[in-house]
Design a protein around this ligand. Structure first.
Ligand SMILES: [Zn+2]
Length: 242
């Protein structure tokens, strides 16, 4: 059998287990919904490559192991600050902690291509809610060893719909709230960020059932950062499906 090509969707077993390992439940019920940062991991095409290297290594006789990382701030699981798309607005270090710590709701999106208003309308989303959208990106997109161009994303209309409802926070399960192939990224980000919605991107929600949960997501405190990598965990509350 020929080895899978670089662009193949065929996955090696080790990659599958790596993708799901981070989602195991801890003793206190929290599930890690962050993606592990690793050397060579997929990233948005015009963003920097991710490099993780050991500059000192116990195995090479050094007194300690020390690694160096080089990556864009929009790598893996991360948050967008308003300044990512809106000039003169605040950086990620100014994010209020209540944006990403507290009750949230995981909504399963059935549409295999787009997050559309029609599907969202059924969920009775209220002002101030923290919403995490679980699409078929989880885990499909994260199991690939390359950037997945056709990931599920919001339409500009859906972004405006969230803006009009005044949700507090919106989390998605791949590298952008907007699309790559249709160029909708700019308008989708603008609509959400102008409305003061805090955006979490790059979640892996494959182990999290739809319904209410507690969310804890903390981006690195990067001074005036347009975004920052984040660790995100959730704990489900009850079994009510949405
Ligand atoms: Zn981003």
């Amino acid at each position: 059998m020929a080895p899978p090509s670089r662009n193949s969707h065929t996955l090696k077993a080790s990659k599958v287990s790596r993708a799901s390992a981070s989602s195991k439940k801890s003793r206190n019920g929290f599930i890690d919904v962050s993606v592990a940062i690793r050397n060579g991991m997929p990233h948005w095409p015009d963003n920097p490559a991710i490099v993780v290297e050991r500059v000192m290594d116990l195995e090479k006789g050094h007194p300690a192991t020390v690694s160096k990382i080089s990556l864009g701030v929009h790598t893996g699981t991360h948050m967008d600050a308003p300044s990512h798309f809106l000039a003169g607005t605040s950086g990620i270090d100014k994010m209020p902690l209540d944006a990403t710590i507290g009750r949230a709701r995981v909504i399963k999106i059935r549409d295999p291509k787009l997050v559309r208003v029609k599907e969202l309308e059924k969920h009775r989303i209220r002002r101030g809610e923290r919403i995490l959208l679980r699409t078929r990106n989880s885990p499909r997109a994260w199991e690939a060893d390359h950037f997945v161009e056709d990931f599920v994303h919001l339409t500009p209309e859906a972004a405006q719909w969230f803006a009009d409802r005044g949700v507090r926070t919106l989390g998605v399960d791949y590298l952008s709230v907007g699309g790559f192939l249709d160029g909708s990224g700019e308008s989708v980000h603008h609509a959400l960020l102008k409305a003061g919605i805090w955006i979490i991107e790059g979640l892996n929600l494959s182990r999290v059932p739809p319904g209410p949960c507690e969310l804890v997501c903390l981006p690195l405190k990067l001074l005036d950062g347009d975004g920052a990598p984040a660790r995100a965990i959730v704990r489900t509350l009850g079994r009510r499906a949405t």
